[in-house]
Every structure is written in C-alpha cells, then in structure tokens.
Design a protein around this ligand. Structure first.
Ligand SMILES: [Zn+2]
Ligand SMILES: [Zn+2]
Length: 442
C-alpha cells in the first residue's frame, strides 16, 4: 500500500513562509492499497488538495473515509472536497457517533447556512454513513480494527491491515498516566506499564509496520497542556518502541512550531531512539511525504464480520461516590450533559449499598472516602457473586503509580486523575459505556 500525507498540522491551519517544509494544512492522509482501494484518514484542510488530485483520475471515484473524531481540524476540509459535489461518486464515511447526535447531523451542523453556502442535502454524490465504536470490520480485502483513544471527545484510532502490511493511525491521543513505566526498572516490559489504558494502547500498535501518531508537544511543553488530549513526542517514541513498531511518523504539529523547530525536533527524536539502540525509524509528517509498504500478495484476509458490535449511545445510570459535595456537584453537572441518570453516594458504605440496590451501568469512585475507601468498594463489588461486570472508574487526586497499579489489580477498569477537564471526563465515561460487552440495560 501507499500512504501520502496531505495535512499534518494540528488544531488550526498555519499557512505561511515558516511552514512550507512540514506544511500548514490540518490532518488528512491518503491510503491506497495495491488493488486501488482508497482510504482517506480524516478530513482536515489537506482534503481539499487531495480532492483536486482525485478529480484528475478516472471517474467515478469510490472511497472510504475513516474519521477519527469530529473536531474542526479533522472535518473542516469536507465541505471543500470537490469529489462530493460530483454525481456518480460514492463515499462511505466510518466514524464514531457524536454521543448525542448522529454523524450526518454533526457534518450537516458544520454546513449550516450561517457557516457555509451549501447544505449536506445538496451534495451530488452518494454518501453512506457508518457509525462505529470499538470494533473490527472488513472493507474488501482490508481489515480495519478500531480502538478508543484518550481525547477530549470520543475518538477512534484505526489499525488497517492488507496483504500482511499494517498501518495504525492514532490522532488525537493523550497518555493515560504521566509516566509510561513504573520508576526504577532497567529494561521495562509490558507488565511495567503503570496504566492499563497505556498498555491497551501499546497492544493496539503492536508490530505495526507504520504508526502515524499525534505528537503535538515535547515533554517540556506537555506539563502545561495536560488534559488537552495530545501527546508529547517522547511518549510516542516510548510506546512505539514498547510495541515493536517498525516506523513512526509524528503528526498533528502544534501551530506554534515552525519548520526550523520541527526539523530540530525530528533530528532529536532520531538521535533519541538511536541512543537507546532501537531500530525504530522516526520521521515527522510533512505534506507530500509518501511511504510505500509492500503487500505480500496472496494473504487471505481474516473475516471480521463476527466481531461483537460496539454499543451505540443510550441513556445510562451512573453511580458517583465522593465525600466532597462540591465534586459530586461538578461530576453531575458535567455528565448530565450526556443525559445520564446520576446517583450519588458520600462514603464507601453508601456506595456499596446503592450499587447493590440500584445496579448502575457504571461507577465513578473516589479513593479516599470515610468508612470504606474506593479500593475497598471496588474489591467488595468485584467479589460479590452475581454483581454485573460493569465498568468501575477511579476518579481521584492520588496519582502515585502504586495507587494506579493497585486499582487495576483490584479489577478497576480505568483510573482518571483529578483535576480532569470536563470534556475528557465525559469522553472517558462514554467510551466505557460503548465498549462491546458493556451493554447497558434498557
Ligand atoms: Zn486534532
Ligand atoms: Zn481533536
């Protein structure tokens, strides 16, 4: 397959003389399999130029658009994509549903008459919307697996395999914990990864020939940008090495980073992996960059149609246990935007009582509470015969690696540090309710 970068910038387009080398257009990547199947990863402003190129090719154009999420910098090019104004073309758009709105409503919203002169209904082309969650599916001979990334809105990473070649596209994504590995370990293994979310991320990337990953910041910048939903390059190199990836291309460049800064950063990243004795190839994504991955012709693709489908949006009941009334109020205010029914407990004993009585769909637990701690609550519920295997999330100011690792050992599903940005909290809760096997009761 052949991969071409049409937009590598994050957040907002940054045209101008200081961004000519790496480019100023926002996220858009073209992927062509050897048999010509077209995939478009995200619809940032780079999509406009890809559209012009496609117009010169034999018509009609048939393509698959994989949309990671609905933020502006990943959708803004859609209304300027010429092939959708042409009769006879056919596009399938795969994207996570916008929580409380359908995908077509989200895109139509961007084309409201206040923002744009044409509406979605006026497009000439055939568009099929496919709302997906964390799942796996086939497009012809191509296998696509998806996994939720850690971002401020529901966001999917895509793992695409054809003819034995695998590409992972992971934008936008933030580390789950500040450090990937527990401190003081010389040759860390997967078991030394502190947070289960980061381990899951490494497993999603495992063995890929190419990973295209959000690397908006450096570690020095990231300390002031936590909860914004993006990664520092150092984290990306660590997870790529942990996952035995062959090649990583960093994208979603910060609008404040000009060509000189990015060139220096690229050299620094390459020195860093070399100093560690790794064979990982590292590059910074640039407009026009092309990568060819050989497909070994006769591989029969695995049929993924039997995979369990992801759960779609529906109302759910959430139990919040926290002894701080202000925080309970905050969580209620944030989560009620997604129309959940929220039950509140103010200590550990009350949390267990309410959990057993009310059977919520998800539990958000503080660690330090009177009577019983969050650890005790999680342990008791996991040991209660017949209590459903619902997601339990720790939401706590305690950020020591011991606290995080102990929680996962007790059967907790996720661990979120306080303070958390409201948007990040919403998306973390939502993704647990959408995971296969986390079916909520009607
Ligand atoms: Zn973005
Ligand atoms: Zn984003």
């Amino acid at each position: 397959m052949r991969i071409r970068f049409w937009g590598t910038r994050g957040s907002i387009p940054t045209p101008g003389p200081s961004t000519t080398r790496y480019g100023g257009n926002t996220s858009c990547i073209e992927l062509r399999t050897d048999d010509g199947t077209l995939f478009i990863l995200d619809c940032g402003t780079g999509l406009r130029l890809l559209g012009q190129r496609l117009q010169q090719e034999p018509q009609p154009i048939v393509g698959n658009i994989l949309l990671s999420h609905t933020h502006w910098d990943h959708t803004q090019g859609f209304a300027f994509f010429e092939p959708v104004f042409q009769e006879g073309n056919k596009f399938t758009i795969f994207a996570v549903s916008g929580v409380d709105r359908s995908l077509s409503e989200v895109l139509a919203g961007q084309m409201d008459y206040l923002y744009f002169p044409l509406t979605l209904d006026e497009l000439q082309t055939s568009i099929i919307f496919k709302e997906i969650g964390e799942e796996a599916f086939n497009v012809g001979d191509v296998q696509v697996r998806t996994q939720f990334l850690n971002h401020t809105v529901l966001t999917l990473g895509f793992r695409i395999t054809v003819g034995g070649a695998t590409v992972v596209y992971a934008a936008d994504h933030e580390p789950f914990s500040t450090n990937l590995y527990r401190a003081g370990v010389d040759n860390p293994s997967l078991d030394d990864i502190i947070h289960a979310g980061d381990r899951r991320h490494v497993e999603f990337l495992a063995g890929a020939d190419l990973v295209i990953h959000d690397g908006q910041y450096t570690n020095a910048e990231y300390v002031n940008k936590r909860n914004w939903g993006h990664s520092a390059v150092e984290y990306v190199l660590d997870v790529a090495m942990a996952a035995n990836v062959k090649q990583v291309v960093l994208i979603h460049h910060d609008p404040g980073h000009d060509d000189d800064f990015l060139a220096a950063l690229e050299a620094r990243c390459q020195d860093h992996v070399r100093a560690l004795g790794s064979n990982l190839q590292v590059a910074l994504g640039a407009e026009g960059l092309e990568i060819h991955l050989p497909e070994t012709a006769d591989q029969v693709p695995e049929d993924l149609t039997a995979q369990p489908p992801s759960t779609r949006y529906r109302p759910a009941r959430i139990l919040v246990a926290d002894d701080d009334p202000g925080l309970v109020h905050f969580i209620k205010a944030v989560l009620s935007k997604d129309k959940y029914d929220i039950l509140a407990a103010h200590n550990g004993e009350e949390a267990i009582k309410l959990a057993l009585q009310e059977r919520p769909d998800l539990i958000l637990l503080d660690v330090m509470m009177p009577k019983l701690s969050g650890y005790d609550v999680a342990k008791q519920l996991r040991e209660t015969p017949g209590f459903p295997d619902i997601p339990i999330i720790m939401f706590t100011a305690r950020a020591d690696e011991e606290d995080i690792m102990r929680s996962f050992e007790l059967g907790v599903n996720d661990y979120i540090g306080k303070p958390a940005a409201p948007a990040l909290l919403r998306s973390r809760v939502r993704r647990w309710l959408m995971r296969p096997g986390q079916e909520t009761e009607e």
